[in-house]
Design a protein around this ligand. Structure first.
Ligand code: PLP
Length: 393
């Protein structure tokens, strides 16, 4: 990044922070296999242990609680383990229904679809205007549900769903239900702990919190482990509590730990600064000829979605990119996908409008001056591109 560039695509991924970089550099020289019993192995294992403690502490988990953090290759793999690992556990008995929302990230939606193809019943709860349909949720939560998985923050609209309330309701209806939260966009953006959320399983990812790409984790509550409600999807050498075999990515995991530790040092200040940026962006964008897609309920501090007048998202994305300003035309995973984003459709945005929508997402390093430059470029872009579209000079 040069100083003149503006990076407003932090929901896609974030820049590496200093603590993550330092820990990764340290780990690069620590080449032992963490499973080896000699000094080199013990040194690598110590890095893993330190990272695990940092991430668990950032999640607000005390060692005495006995929950486990299973490091994976990404948030997607963490969710995969949560879904397939609970579906294939013998402890599941006969229940075969899983419940998700209609606006999940593809990592959840497509994993749930795979289970549906295997014969499981899949139910999606609507999230119109960014609010979970609690009435419908109440109706579908019966003894046949083995897994309720809800995302904390929608990656495209920034809607923050009331996961805590939904999980409480689910446990009341059926104490056997397993609750999973995709907190990839919520971790270090919203304040929560597994206990405050009532979540048995939580997926998180390093690269959304200024850590490296290619590392994620699944948090599993102690009860899930002792009742054998989760089985491995990757049998082998038995690493990660026997739940995810394969020699650990020590460098990436060390970076995850560094990022989590740095993020939790000033979490409240970071949340407040991202929220202030978002509020300022809303204020500056409101007079422009566009529509802000603001969720009706709670929102995350870092994501803003807007629909442009008569301009394709990709066209604006390239226009802004030519000015050194980086935004997104949807989630990173769907930017190569010609279909309109299912999150935006679920929100109530038409397929046509979804093709005209862009997402702006902030991090703790962004500044108000960058919003000023972005708003001016967007305003100029709207005028220029609408003029070109209408064939005027
Ligand atoms: N869940 C949400 C809400 C996301 O936004 C993303 C990534 O964009 C993921 C899951 C997947 O995370 P990863 O890229 O680590 O697989």
């Amino acid at each position: 990044m040069t100083e003149s560039e503006i990076y407003f695509d932090n929901s896609a991924t974030t820049a590496l922070c200093d603590s993550a970089r330092e820990k990764m550099l340290e780990a690069m020289d620590c080449y032992g296999n963490p499973s080896s019993l000699h000094t080199r192995g013990v040194a690598a294992d110590r890095l893993l242990r330190e990272a695990r403690e940092s991430v668990l502490s950032a999640l607000g988990v005390r060692p005495s609680e006995g929950g486990a953090l299973i490091f994976t290759s990404c948030g997607t793999e963490a969710t995969h383990l949560a879904f397939f690992g609970t579906a294939h556990a013998k402890a599941r008995r006969t229940a075969n229904k899983l419940v998700i929302t209609d606006s999940e990230h593809p990592s959840v939606e497509n994993t749930a679809r795979a289970l549906e193809r295997d014969g499981f019943e899949l139910v999606r709860i609507p999230t119109k205007n960014g609010v979970l349909d609690e009435e419908l949720l109440d109706r579908v939560l019966d003894r046949n549900v083995f897994l309720l998985s809800l995302m904390m923050v929608n990656n495209e609209t920034g809607a923050q769903y009331d996961v805590k309330k939904a999980f409480r309701l689910a446990k009341m209806r059926n104490p056997e239900v397993i609750t999973h939260c995709d907190a990839v966009q919520g971790f270090q953006k919203c304040r929560f702990t597994p206990t405050s959320l009532g979540a048995d399983l939580i997926s998180i990812s390093a690269h959304k919190i200024h850590g490296p790409k290619g590392v994620g984790a699944l948090y599993a509550d102690k009860k899930i482990l002792t009742r054998r409600n989760l089985v491995t999807c990757l049998p082998g050498g038995g690493q990660e509590n026997g739940l995810r075999s394969g020699t650990e990515n020590v460098i990436g995991i060390a970076g995850f730990g560094g990022a989590a530790k740095e993020g939790s040092l000033h979490l409240d200040a970071d949340i407040a600064s991202m929220r202030a940026l978002r509020d300022y962006a809303i204020e500056r964008l409101s007079p422009l000829e566009l529509r802000l897609n603001l969720p009706a309920g709670e929102t995350a501090p870092h994501i803003l979605n807007l629909t442009l007048p008569d301009i394709r998202s990709e066209t604006m994305l390239h226009y802004l990119s030519s000015k050194g300003i980086y935004v997104s035309a949807g989630s990173a995973c769907s930017s190569h996908n010609a279909h309109p984003s299912s999150s935006l459709l679920a929100f109530g945005i038409s397929a046509e409008e979804a093709g005209h929508s862009i997402r702006v997402s902030f991090s703790r390093t962004n500044k108000n001056e960058e919003i000023d430059r972005f708003v001016s470029a967007l305003e100029e872009g709207i005028k220029t591109l609408v003029r070109i579209r209408h064939g005027k000079k």
